[in-house]
Ligand binder design. Structure first.
Ligand SMILES: Nc1ncnc2c1ncn2[C@@H]1O[C@H](COP(=O)(O)OP(=O)(O)O)[C@@H](O)[C@H]1O
Ligand SMILES: [Mg+2]
Length: 638
């Protein structure tokens, strides 16, 4: 074989940097996981039914041969004396299928002639064994199909559950393509390809077992060349297995960047076309595809490598036997029946062995997908799921918010995005938050919703430390309108009130307050579709819809993150007024895009580089000559 071309995946730093590739033998854990995903009882029943199926099959064969032997036996005894029969018998016993079993006991049945009653008896027994075999075969097929579907479902559900509960940091650091890859390609393998090869593997294993058992009774000396053959096969598969498994891992690994790049390209299509970079992106796509194709190609090539070797072993054995027969023929006589029989045995044994090797290596390769999905199902950092039963159902009743020396870093190794933030927001206060981009305004909200955990300090809401509250409790008691508004595909109604808790009139009222009623009547009422991610609405209308959603919740604390940036100034001002009216006794934190919309706030918080630099009434701040707020007002006033 030519030396393998340099795979060169390692030269792309972002491809291998974070998505880890396991190396070496599949851990026993993977097999165990699959076994338990199938379900211990079902898995054991599958094995048992396979055993019964194989046993009944071999028994049927044995019965047939037994019958034939007795026929011969009886025929001989009837016509002549035992000594003549003995002369015929040894060869028959050794090489006829019936002879595979130990010599027959001489019961009364064998001494009688072959009457029709005997035929009936043999046929009946044979028929029952065949029926049993059919039943076991069907049972095994059903159990297997059921088991693998159970396994696929269990693995999928566990994976989905863990990914949905993963921390925000995980999504920050993991490209979407990697997650998509596990959910598409790996799950497909577990759903479809793995059961297919596993089925063949199991059939081969039990077929071989059956053959070994029969052989050790009938032709024990054949086990010696078989052992030698097995060693040869083992050596060959050993070499292939390690290569193919790593190649499969590389295949899976190189698939993620394709997904990532493709989804990125589709999302940013407008920008790509506008900047004339379509060719570059096409090239990049081709490059990543090529990377994956190389692994796939090598994988196929390695499979051919194995296939050729397995077949060559088979050919060598058969050729060897043929040669021996020819040579023997030169020096003496050979029994043509014997030669034919050994040739057919050699063929079936080598075929069984190579089938076993092939299905085993393929199964192991497909199990890499189980390994990868397990990696996520067990290794992902997940958000704490506990609920705090001591939290009163009505908490927070007042909306008193206290930040005490809060430090927050997005990840280890990153600088603090919030540093020593301490402030108190009185119940019902309307706070405007301003500051340069990147000063930590949005981060404050994320800290409040515990999207990222604090590295130091506490946040108290109505004197209760929010880190002691269950995440779903905490997040359900506050409302946020994030910086980029998110709508689901579906109707306006589903987006406004996903849990269907409100009357239509309430929905219409709130839409009216958000100045959306004219839009609503134009697109066709509450049941109009908003399209994927709200595509049918403008950015501003999407923001307004998110605002309406938040207004509906009537949470005690409302956080608004530049939620009106895409809305015209006049509507913005009207909205601020609506919010102030509807949320009169609620605490409202507004990150402002336009300074003038927060001029009538109770107090203004100015952030800079993760720290609170000014926190006072707008009037007081604008009168202080060298305050940042004063400068900001001046800038925007121009
Ligand atoms: N998901 C993130 N991962 C790492 N760093 C982040 C992340 N989001 C924001 N940051 C960093 O935190 C700092 C504050 O960001 P942010 O609070 O979003 O600013 P803004 O005041 O514009 O809302 C910035 O320096 C930004 O680079
Ligand atoms: Mg922000």
């Amino acid at each position: 074989l030519d030396p393998l071309p340099d795979l060169n995946v390692g030269s792309d730093p972002d491809m291998l940097r974070e998505e880890q590739k396991q190396a070496g033998q599949l851990a026993w854990k993977v097999y165990r996981t699959y076994w338990s995903a199938v379900g211990g009882v079902i898995a054991a029943s599958i094995v048992l039914s396979l055993l019964l199926m194989q046993a009944s099959k071999n028994t049927a064969d044995w019965w047939l041969s037994y019958w034939i032997s007795t026929l011969n036996h009886n025929g001989s005894t009837c016509r002549s004396d035992r000594s003549l029969a003995d002369g015929v018998l040894p060869r028959l016993l050794l090489f006829s299928p019936g002879g595979l079993m130990s010599p027959l006991p001489a019961g009364p049945a064998f001494l009688s002639t072959n009457t029709s009653a005997d035929v009936k008896f043999y046929l009946m027994v044979y028929g029952s064994i065949a029926v049993a075999n059919t039943v076991f075969t069907a049972l095994r097929a059903f159990l297997f199909a059921y088991g693998v579907v159970c396994a696929a479902e269990a693995i999928h559900n566990r994976l989905l559950d863990r990914v949905l509960k993963a921390t925000v940091t995980f999504f920050d650091t993991t490209p979407l393509g990697r997650i998509l890859n596990r959910f598409s390609s790996d799950l497909y393998t577990i759903d479809d390809s793995l059961p297919f090869v596993l089925n063949i593997l199991l059939a081969n294993i039990f077929g071989l077992l059956g053959m070994l058992v029969v052989m050790s009774f009938g032709l024990p000396w054949l086990l010696v060349p078989l052992l030698l053959l097995a060693l040869l096969y083992h050596r060959t598969q050993h070499f292939y297995r390690h290569t193919s498994r790593e190649l499969k891992r590389l295949c899976s690994l190189t698939l993620s960047p394709i997904y990532s790049h493709f989804s990125e390209t589709i999302t940013g299509l407008g920008t790509i076309r506008a900047s004339g970079s379509a060719a570059r992106f096409e090239g990049e796509n081709t490059r990543r595809l090529e990377q994956n194709q190389r692994c796939l190609f090598l994988s196929s090539a390695a499979m051919q490598w194995l296939d050729i070797r397995l077949q060559m072993i088979g050919v060598a054995v058969v050729t060897g036997l043929g040669m021996i027969a020819v040579i023997q023929h030169q020096y003496g006589s050979v029994d043509p029946g014997l030669v034919g029989l050994s040739l057919s045995y050699a063929l079936s044994i080598t075929m069984l062995l190579s089938g076993l090797i092939f299905s085993f290596t393929q199964t192991e390769m497909q199990l890499v997908s189980v390994e990868r999905s397990e990696e996520y199902a067990t290794g992902l950092p997940s958000e704490p799921q506990h609920q705090n039963t001591q939290v009163p159902p009505a908490w927070p009743e007042r909306g008193l918010l206290e930040f005490c020396g809060v430090d927050l870093a997005y990840r280890e190794g990153l600088p603090n995005a919030l540093e020593g933030v301490s402030l108190v927001v009185q119940p019902g206060e309307k706070i405007g938050i301003v500051g340069r981009t990147g000063s930590g305004k949005s981060t404050m909200f994320l800290a409040l919703f515990r999207m990222v955990e604090l590295s130091q300090g506490q946040i108290l809401l109505d004197h209760l430390d929010i880190s002691t509250v269950g995440l779903s409790q905490l997040r359900s008691r506050m409302a946020i309108i994030p910086q980029d508004p998110f709508l689901f595909s579906g109707t306006i109604r589903e987006n406004l009130d996903p849990c269907q808790r409100h009357q239509d009139q309430q929905l219409l009222d709130v839409l009216d307050q958000c100045h959306l009623s004219s839009v609503l009547s134009r697109i066709g009422g509450l049941d109009a579709e908003v399209g994927e991610r709200g595509k049918c609405l403008s950015a501003g209308q999407r923001q307004l819809l998110c605002l309406a959603r938040a207004l509906l919740t009537q949470a005690k604390v409302l956080c608004i993150d530049e939620a009106t940036a895409s809305v015209d100034q006049k509507t913005d001002q009207l909205l601020q007024r609506t919010i102030r009216e509807r949320f009169q006794d609620h605490t409202v934190l507004t990150i402002a895009h336009r300074i003038n919309t927060i001029m009538d706030c109770d107090r203004v918080l100015v952030m800079h580089a993760g720290k609170v630099v000014e926190f006072d009434t707008p009037a007081a701040l604008s009168q202080t000559k060298n305050s940042i707020f004063h400068n900001l007002v001046g800038e925007q006033g121009k």
